[in-house]
Design a protein around this ligand. Structure first.
Ligand code: COA
Length: 639
């Protein structure tokens, strides 16, 4: 895979290669700060084989039957046999860990993103919904867009100068690499596998792309002396763009990027056969960010507004609305609607939500501070409109993409709720981890709906390690199941329920600590299992040996079928990230716990009769309240 990355590298672009430390190039940087920080981070440890396998069996217990469990135990015993396949694969991983910066990150990038063939829209790219803005007209839209672009450029200066403050999680400094991957980046479709290009090399781009009424423009955002355009200048340029893209009958070329990746890969080769198209596509790919000036979406009641706007950020609302006003392969697309809706859509391959949201926090703060500065009226050139020659074949591809997009739009249900009774403050007052408390509430909500638990994924950061991405917290445990079964059982005393709740919350917290490798120098410390299992599988593929039985087992498939795919993406801004479910009969749940309230975005597919985003959101609301009442109404025994 690395060989493939190297082969496709061109002179002007730098393919994203997380296996090596990428040194950013900029003008006034604090030289070496980034690399010195990165090199000081520990390498991702490789967990011990037996420990992962034992923890895997423990994790299966609540989600599979005893008969399946016995079968899997036998397969595992064979896998772990002395001198057997498990040991051989583990040795391969140990070699890889010695030779690479991070034994996992390339495999993760390829398998989780670039080889994933479903459309990035709904199936991979998250949306972020920002608070509604107080304008309902073109002027307000353009004014805010100008401030927002200025805020992004302000953040970019920190990236370029290597002055971004190092982030910490649980007291540990985090890998900052993802910040260097999100600007001037774009995913490129391939017939079987995609790539990501990052253009922050020797001649970094000085433009963004702006799209309005499906028409793309190049907007140069730096003056010839390297200073960024002022908000005032940006406003004038955006106004020119707006006025020269008033026609609403243009072909929504960007909708092509919403297709299944193989389909888009083929359409892409066809599209860029034409020289003009190729140059236009390249200008979008190279641009620092894309800004989408959206047409107003259908009006809805205040109650429904957040859910509708979240949908706008995720997919644009369909071909009649704003889905053609995007280039979904672009890593960062800020979206500003004429009706005051605002947020972004981001392509997931280069980064996780937290760095994106911390950029958003900076930009939102910036927009509050910066007022329009009157700039000298130096005439600026008209932003260049990007031309596309639409052949009959391209037109056919666009029509197909429109149809498929509309099917996706009809299928996705998103419910955004603000849980306003408490936020992080209540679990903290109970000396509980807020994240664990919310996850156990989700378990209770799901159990109440289905009288069963399910495989649950919560993403947890591995950024305390060099080039770290994520591992999985398995929120369903024997402890969570004991609590959810007991909670509505009238034969159980409240004191017992409270004890079980504490145990479930602690089990979840212990799992979080495993991902973080608390006391990571100690050999005996427990580790998370999922990325290690992936590594063993990938090693088998690389060694060209047959796939070990433990990965062909029903139990493995069940454990990977995440009916609940969840993530906490905390922000200072009162926003929420949203994403689609990862299985047809599942839910996507993302939340931002603020001090006194929690924003949730719940998604499900309408085509599945068994799931309903509103019902889960309501059950979650009830579960959080009932857990609080239980704790408040029960005299707390010493636990
Ligand atoms: N008693 C009192 N307070 C507690 C507590 C306890 N027992 N346990 C935790 N807290 C406090 C923490 O100190 C923290 O305080 P702060 O608000 O002042 O910062 C707060 O509660 C939040 O802690 P917690 O809820 O436990 O969450 P966390 O910050 O440790 O985050 C994860 C947990 C799993 C979300 C985090 O480790 C992580 O990995 N985040 C990244 C997720 C990610 O990458 N998602 C990708 C999306 S694309």
């Amino acid at each position: 895979m690395l060989a493939l990355l190297a082969r496709t590298m061109t002179a002007k672009t730098c393919l994203m290669k997380p296996s090596t430390l990428v040194k950013p190039v900029s003008v006034r940087k604090i030289p070496g700060r980034y690399l010195a920080h990165q090199e000081g981070l520990p390498k991702l440890p490789l967990p011990p084989l037996r420990q992962t396998c034992e923890r895997y069996l423990a994790m299966l217990e609540p989600v599979i039957s005893e008969v399946e469990m016995n079968h899997t135990r036998q397969l595992m015993a064979e896998f772990l046999r002395s001198g057997g396949v498990g040991e051989r694969l583990q040795k391969g991983l140990e070699r890889r860990a010695r030779k690479t910066e991070n034994w996992l990150s390339d495999w993760w990038l390829q398998t989780a993103y670039l080889e994933f063939r479903m459309p990035v829209v709904v199936y991979s790219s998250p949306g972020v919904l920002l608070p509604r803005l107080e304008f309902h007209d073109r002027q307000g839209q353009i004014r805010y867009a100008a401030k927002l672009i200025s805020g992004v450029l302000d953040f970019k200066t920190m990236i370029d100068n290597e002055t971004l403050p190092v982030e910490y999680l649980g007291g540990k400094p985090l890998c900052m690499n993802q910040y260097y991957q999100v600007l001037s980046s774009c995913r490129i479709p391939g017939p079987k596998r995609d790539t990501v290009v990052n253009h922050t090399g020797k001649r970094p781009p000085a433009h963004i792309t702006v799209v309005h009424n499906f028409q793309f423009f190049v907007l140069d955002v730096y003056n010839s002396d390297g200073t960024p355009l002022t908000v005032d200048q940006l406003y004038m340029q955006l106004e020119k763009i707006w006025n020269s893209s008033l026609q609403t009958n243009k072909e929504p070329i960007g909708i092509l990027t919403s297709q299944h990746r193989n389909t888009w890969g083929k359409a892409y080769s066809n599209l860029i056969k034409d020289k003009v198209n190729k140059e236009s596509v390249r200008a979008i790919q190279k641009s620092i960010i894309t800004v989408c000036l959206d047409a107003p979406m259908p009006r809805v009641s205040d109650e429904l507004y957040r859910s509708r706007a979240a949908i706008q950020m995720l997919h644009g609302g369909g071909s009649r609305w704003n889905s053609g006003n995007r280039w979904f392969d672009k890593t960062l697309q800020f979206i500003i609607g004429e009706d005051g809706s605002c947020g972004l859509s981001y392509e997931h391959a280069p980064a996780e939500g937290p760095p994106i949201v911390s950029l958003v926090d900076h930009v939102v703060e910036y927009t509050k501070k910066s007022e329009m500065v009157r700039s000298p009226m130096v005439p600026l050139p008209m932003p260049q409109k990007l031309r596309f020659n639409i052949t009959p074949e391209i037109k056919k591809d666009i029509e197909k993409a429109k149809q498929n997009m509309n099917i996706m739009v009809h299928d996705l249900d998103v419910k955004v709720i603000v849980f306003s009774h408490f936020g992080k403050n209540f679990p903290k007052s109970q000396k509980m981890s807020p994240d664990a408390f919310i996850q156990i509430a989700l378990q209770l909500a799901y159990f109440r709906m289905y009288q069963a638990c399910c495989s649950t994924y919560e993403s947890a950061s591995l950024r305390m390690f060099r080039l770290g991405r994520t591992d999985t917290i398995r929120s369903t445990s024997s402890s969570s199941l004991s609590f959810t079964c007991a909670m509505d059982d009238p034969s159980k005393q409240n004191t017992e329920k409270v004890a079980l709740l504490h145990k479930a919350v602690q089990a979840h917290r212990a799992y979080t600590d495993m991902v973080r490798c608390v006391l990571c120098c100690s050999r005996s410390v427990a580790r998370a299992i999922d990325r290690h299992l992936l590594g063993l599988k990938m090693q088998a593929i690389e060694d060209l040996t047959s796939m070990p039985e433990i990965f062909m087992d029903t139990a493995y498939a069940v454990s990977m079928h995440y009916n609940l795919s969840t993530s906490q993406v905390p922000a200072k801004t009162d926003c929420v990230m949203c994403f689609g479910p990862v299985v047809p009969d599942g839910y996507g749940v993302c939340y931002n716990p603020m001090e006194e309230h929690i924003n949730f975005a719940v998604s499900a597919f309408n085509s599945c009769d068994e799931t309903d985003a509103s019902n889960l959101a309501q059950a979650l609301h009830g579960a959080l309240l009932d857990m609080r009442d239980l704790l408040e109404q029960t005299p707390q025994a010493k636990l």
